[in-house]
Design a protein around this ligand. Structure first.
Ligand code: Z5A
Length: 209
């Protein structure tokens, strides 16, 4: 039987990295075999593309170049990691996936969603996450958290408006597909966030063990 594909999404500083270990613990306690991976990245080549995408550069990066690099990395990641793991019956826990493209390149960069949809059709061939957990946060709070960490990547240097559009796009996706997407308020105290996450996992993955 094919494994489940779980994606974790959210704006800057929303709490993805903080909470992924909680999801891993949930799966481990139930004896579920899983692969933890991320986008952009997850394979040697895709991690090289990640470095290209995240490093601040002097030249202006075209939105289409950025979009194509995201999908190039994703294509390699799908073929090398995601699809083989799912076919072996493993769960795949992926830190960001296709929704990030709609949110950042669609919402943030204002690229046409139909352009993204066309590439999605080519690269994903109908494969979609079974569950997406969206950590939602007001970008003012999220950026403050992210900026405390120091060195900012190419995306983190964007203006507040960009992140407001990213958030709006993410929330629009979640609203349109509530069966797949669960939203967590990432601005709450970490104990509350962890509790809400636990409830979502128990409800959405209850039949899996
Ligand atoms: N990107 C894209 O544009 N298109 C695509 O298709 C894809 C990606 C796939 C890489 O993302 C970049 O790629 C991303 C979008 C773009 N943009 N950027 N930048 P990433 O996932 O590798 O990196 P990130 O988005 O920068 O993640 P992040 O900032 O690390 O966010 P996070 O993982 O959600 O945050 P965190 O590390 O868990 O928390 C941040 C800080 O807040 C940390 O100090 C925590 O201790 C603190 N924190 C966390 N939760 C709480 C609570 N509840 N209260 C108080 N403090 C907290």
């Amino acid at each position: 039987m094919r494994g489940k594909f779980i994606t974790i999404e959210g704006g800057e500083g929303a709490g993805k990295s903080t909470n992924i270990p909680n999801i891993e613990l949930f799966l481990q306690k139930r004896g579920i075999d899983y692969v933890l991976t991320r986008e952009p990245g997850g394979t040697k080549m895709a991690e090289e593309i990640r470095n290209l995408l995240l490093s601040p550069r002097e030249e202006q990066v075209s939105c289409i170049t950025e979009l194509l690099l995201m999908f190039a990395a994703r294509s390699q990641h799908l073929e090398e990691v995601i699809k083989p793991a799912l076919e072996l019956g493993k769960y795949v826990l992926c830190d960001r996936f296709i929704d990030a493209t709609y949110a950042y390149q669609g919402g943030g960069r204002k690229l046409n969603f139909d352009t993204i949809r066309a590439l999605e059709g080519l690269v994903l061939s109908g494969l979609h996450p079974d569950l997406t957990i969206l950590f939602d946060i007001d970008p003012v709070i999220g950026l403050e958290r992210a900026r405390v960490r120091g060195q900012l990547d190419r995306f983190e240097r964007e203006e507040l408006d960009f992140f407001a559009r990213v958030r709006e796009a993410y929330l629009g996706i979640a609203k349109a597909d509530p069966r797949r997407c669960a939203v967590i308020d990432g601005s709450k105290h970490q104990d509350i966030v962890a509790e809400n996450l636990q409830n979502i996992l128990e409800t959405r993955l209850s039949n899996d063990t």
